[in-house]
Design a protein around this ligand. Structure first.
Ligand code: HEC
Ligand code: HEC
Length: 183
């Protein structure tokens, strides 16, 4: 029965993998090697989030910022003066959205774009996705007038140029800039 030992050891290692990934499906042992390791930022489909955080702009995927950024943004006081707007929420809604954002934030995601975002942050927790070096750099070559034009307004309006932004896809080959066209 000597040959059974390595097999049992392997089985034990795999079991540890299963147990340790139980709570973090996006960053665990198995997802690292599985189809979950995709390029796109993970799309979330939460009616409350889409309604409350998609009213004034695109409902940014949680995987576009780290937990620390979402905690700052979702602070009750901060929401009452959110980039000059009042985005206050009742406590139950605020807590629901914060939990959703934190559980799926960039630091917990295995997706390529989220990893690139984390890699360029060096521990910083900016309030804006557009301040993340990786995101900033990717947009450097776009003429300012294409960004500030009325049909886009600012770089924060991801979905005005990224046709598949809703599904978490920001590939440069699915960009169509208003009054300009494909990139
Ligand atoms: C009342 C309108 C309003 C609501 C509701 C709102 N926002 Fe915003 N948000 C803004 C404005 C205005 C900006 C700045 C946009 C700009 O600079 O063009 C902004 C910017 C942001 C940014 C930074 C975007 C960037 O430039 O990278 C994040 C992140 C963000 N909001 C998250 C949220 C979340 C999460 C919620 C839901 C809790 C939310 N917003 C709800 C108005 C709103
Ligand atoms: C004015 C139009 C416009 C807006 C608004 C915009 N982008 Fe982009 N984005 C582009 C273009 C054009 C490129 C391709 C740049 C290049 O390849 O030189 C790009 C590239 C990217 C890339 C890299 C894609 C790749 O294939 O490597 C990411 C990621 C990205 N954008 C995310 C975002 C996010 C997130 C937002 C909102 C916070 C946003 N973009 C807003 C036009 C835009």
């Amino acid at each position: 029965m000597k040959r059974a030992t390595p097999l049992l050891t392997l089985a034990a290692i795999l079991m540890v993998g299963v147990v340790s990934t139980g709570q973090a499906a996006e960053s665990g042992f198995f997802s690292y090697f599985s189809l979950e390791r995709k390029k796109e930022v993970m799309a979330i489909n939460d009616a409350t989030y889409n309604k409350e955080c998609g009213a004034c702009h695109f409902a940014y995927q949680p995987g576009l910022l780290p937990e620390g950024s979402w905690r700052k943004l979702m602070d009750a006081q901060a929401l009452s003066d959110h980039f000059g707007e009042n985005a206050e929420l009742d406590e139950q809604t605020r807590s629901h959205i914060l939990t959703l954002l934190v559980a799926n934030s960039a630091d917990k995601s295995n997706r390529k774009r989220s990893k690139k975002i984390m890699g360029s942050l060096n521990g910083a927790t900016p309030l804006r996705i557009t301040e993340v070096a990786y995101i900033k750099n990717r947009h450097e070559e776009i003429p300012a007038k294409l960004i500030t034009q009325p049909k886009v307004k600012s770089l924060s309006q991801c979905n005005k140029c990224h046709m598949k932004a809703d599904s978490g896809s920001f590939d440069d080959d699915t960009v169509v800039i208003p009054e300009h066209g494909t990139w």
